[in-house]
Design a binder for this molecule. Structure first.
Ligand code: F0G
Length: 468
C-alpha cells in the first residue's frame, strides 16, 4: 500500500509516464521505474508526456530560438535546448557532449539523381561521435545517472556502441558493448575502445547480441541503452524539433530515414506528433523508411499489408517474420529482428509514408552521389537517397515535393567501403542453395579511382585535362 502511494506521488510530480504501446494492454509505469519492456505483456514502451501543461506554442518557439544564442551548456546542446519536451525534472544531472545542432544541406546533385527539384539532407553524422545515436544517448545516459546505475550496456552494429562508450566516459560510468565479431567497421570499433568501454566481441550476429542484452537487463546494477529504451527515443526525437526550426516551421512533404532497429523512425514520428499535438505544426510529414534488401523484414511486412486496413496505424500486425541471416554491406542496418519495429511501423503508417528496400548497388551509387554534393555519409545513411529515387519513380514522392533525407552516420565511419567502391573492388558474399559462397561484385556507376601520376606538373595538368 505504502509503495503504491509513493509511486502515485512520484507519478504526480513527473512530466509524464511510460506506457505500453499495445492498446489491448496499455499498462502504465512511472518515469523513474527501471523497465525496458512492459512487465505485464512484454510489449514495447513509450513515454507519454503531459503536453497539456505546455499549450502556448508561440512562446515555446521564441524560447527555443532565444536559447540558440545562449552559452548555458543546456542550451548549447541541441537536445537539452528542447528540455520542456524531455522527461526529466530540474535539476537534471545531464550528460552532454553538445550533441545535435547538425546542418541541413541542400543536395543539388543528389536531388537531380532522385528526380527531385530540391532535396535537403539533415546530416546527423555531424554529431560528436559521428552518428545520430548521440542525440538519444545523452538522454539515456542521463537517465542511467538519475537511476543510480553503475554500468550501462548495449548491443550494437557499431554506432550505438561508440556513442554509449563516449557518454558513459563523460558520466564516469562503466560501459559494456556487445558487438557481432568481425562485422563492425574499424572506425566504429576504434571509437568504443578509445572511449574505454568493455568491448565484447560476440560470436553471432546483432540479433544474438540483442538477445543477450535482454537477459543482462534483469541485473539491477545494469542499465540497458539500446533503442528499446524509451529515453533514447526521447533524445532522438529532438531532431524533428531542430529540423522544423531550420525549415522556419514550414513542414516538408516527406522525411526519409534508413531503417535498422526502427528506433530513428520511431523517434522522428514521435517528435513530429508532439509538435502537432502542441499546435507548433499543422500536419506531419510523410515518414518513409528504407531498408537494405538483404535485411528488410519491415519492408517485407509493409508490402504484405493492405493499406486500407492498416492506414491509420491504430492497429498493428502482431508479428513480423525476422530475416534469419541478414545481409548487407551497410553494416549499421544489418539487422534481421528489429526490436522497435512496431513503434517505427506505427509512425510510418500514421504519417502516410512507406517502408521499402533498396539493393546494394542502389545504396552504393546513392552514396557516391551524396559525396559529389560534398557531403560524406556512411553506407546505411545513403539508403535514404537510394530509397527516395525509387519513391519518386513510383510516384509516391512528386518532383516538386519538399523532401528531407536524414543522413545518420559520417563517411569516416567506414572508409574501407568507400575506397573499395571507387577502386571497383566492392563485393558482397552471396551464398548459393548448395551452401557455396561466391563474391558478388558491386560495380560503381560513379567510380573515382585514384590515379598513378608522374611527379611532374605537366602530368598533373594532363590528368586534370582528361577529367574536364
Ligand atoms: N544508420 C546508421 C548509421 C546506424 O548506425 C543505424 C543503426 C541506422 C541507420 C538504423 O537506425 O536502428 O534506429 O532504425 N545502428 C544501430 C547501432 C543498430 O547499433 O549502431 P535504427
Amino acid at each position: 500500500m505504502m509503495e503504491k502511494t509513493a509511486r502515485a506521488a512520484e507519478q504526480a510530480t513527473e512530466k509524464g509516464l511510460q506506457r505500453c504501446i499495445d492498446p489491448a494492454c496499455g499498462a502504465i509505469y512511472g518515469l523513474r521505474e527501471r523497465i525496458y519492456v512492459c512487465s505485464r505483456c512484454a510489449g514495447t514502451l513509450e513515454i507519454d508526456l503531459s503536453l497539456a501543461a505546455l499549450q502556448n506554442s508561440g512562446a515555446m518557439r521564441k524560447l527555443w530560438a532565444a536559447r540558440a544564442a545562449s552559452r548555458d551548456p543546456r542550451n548549447v546542446s541541441g537536445v537539452w535546448r528542447y528540455r520542456e519536451l524531455l522527461p526529466f525534472n530540474e535539476p537534471v544531472p545531464f550528460v552532454t557532449l553538445f550533441e545535435g545542432n547538425t546542418p541541413l544541406y541542400h543536395g543539388p546533385r543528389s536531388a537531380q539523381y532522385c528526380g527531385l527539384d530540391d532535396l535537403r539532407l539533415k546530416h546527423q553524422g555531424c554529431n560528436p561521435t559521428g552518428s545520430f545515436k548521440d542525440t538519444g544517448m545523452t538522454a539515456a545516459v542521463t537517465q542511467a545517472v538519475v537511476l543510480g546505475a553503475r554500468t550501462v550496456v548495449c548491443a550494437s552494429t557499431g554506432n550505438t556502441a561508440a556513442s554509449l562508450a563516449a557518454y558513459a566516459g563523460r558520466a564516469g560510468l562503466q560501459a559494456a558493448v556487445l558487438l557481432p565479431k568481425g562485422q563492425i567497421t574499424a572506425g566504429k570499433l576504434a571509437q568504443s575502445l578509445d572511449y574505454g568501454a568493455l568491448v565484447c566481441e560476440i560470436d553471432g550476429n546483432f540479433d544474438d547480441c540483442m538477445r543477450l542484452i535482454q537477459e543482462l537487463g534483469d541485473d539491477p546494477s545494469i542499465y540497458v541503452a539500446n533503442s528499446i529504451n524509451p529515453f533514447r527515443i526521447e533524445g532522438q526525437k529532438t531532431v524533428a524539433f531542430e529540423m522544423m526550426e531550420q525549415c522556419l516551421w514550414q513542414v516538408p512533404d516527406h522525411v526519409v530515414v534508413p531503417g535498422g532497429n526502427m528506433g530513428n523512425s520511431t523517434a522522428l514520428g514521435k517528435g513530429f506528433q508532439e509538435l502537432l499535438d502542441l499546435g507548433l505544426i499543422s500536419r506531419v510529414p510523410k515518414l518513409s523508411v528504407i531498408q537494405a534488401e538483404g535485411s528488410a523484414p519491415v519492408a517485407r511486412l509493409f508490402a504484405s499489408l493492405d493499406p486500407r486496413e492498416w492506414a491509420d496505424g491504430e492497429r498493428l500486425p502482431d508479428t513480423m517474420a525476422p530475416v534469419e541471416k541478414p545481409r548487407t554491406l551497410a553494416t549499421a542496418i544489418k539487422i534481421g529482428a528489429p526490436v522497435s519495429w512496431k513503434k517505427g511501423l506505427r509512425a510510418v503508417l500514421r504519417s502516410g509514408g512507406k517502408v521499402i528496400a533498396v539493393s546494394e548497388q542502389e545504396i552504393a551509387d546513392a552514396k557516391a552521389m551524396i559525396g559529389r554534393d560534398g557531403i560524406g555519409c556512411e553506407p546505411a545513411s545513403a539508403a535514404t537517397v537510394a530509397g527516395m529515387k525509387k519513391l519518386v519513380a513510383a510516384g509516391h514522392i512528386r518532383r516538386d515535393d519538399s523532401v528531407i533525407g536524414v543522413l545518420t552516420g559520417h563517411m569516416l565511419k567506414d572508409p574501407d567501403y568507400v575506397s573499395h567502391y571507387h577502386r571497383g573492388t566492392l563485393s558482397i558474399d552471396s551464398s548459393a542453395k548448395d551452401g557455396s559462397v561466391t563474391p558478388q561484385r558491386i560495380a560503381g556507376a560513379f567510380r573515382n579511382a585514384p590515379e598513378s601520376v608522374a611527379a611532374t606538373k605537366a602530368a598533373i595538368l594532363e590528368s586534370l585535362k582528361r577529367r574536364r
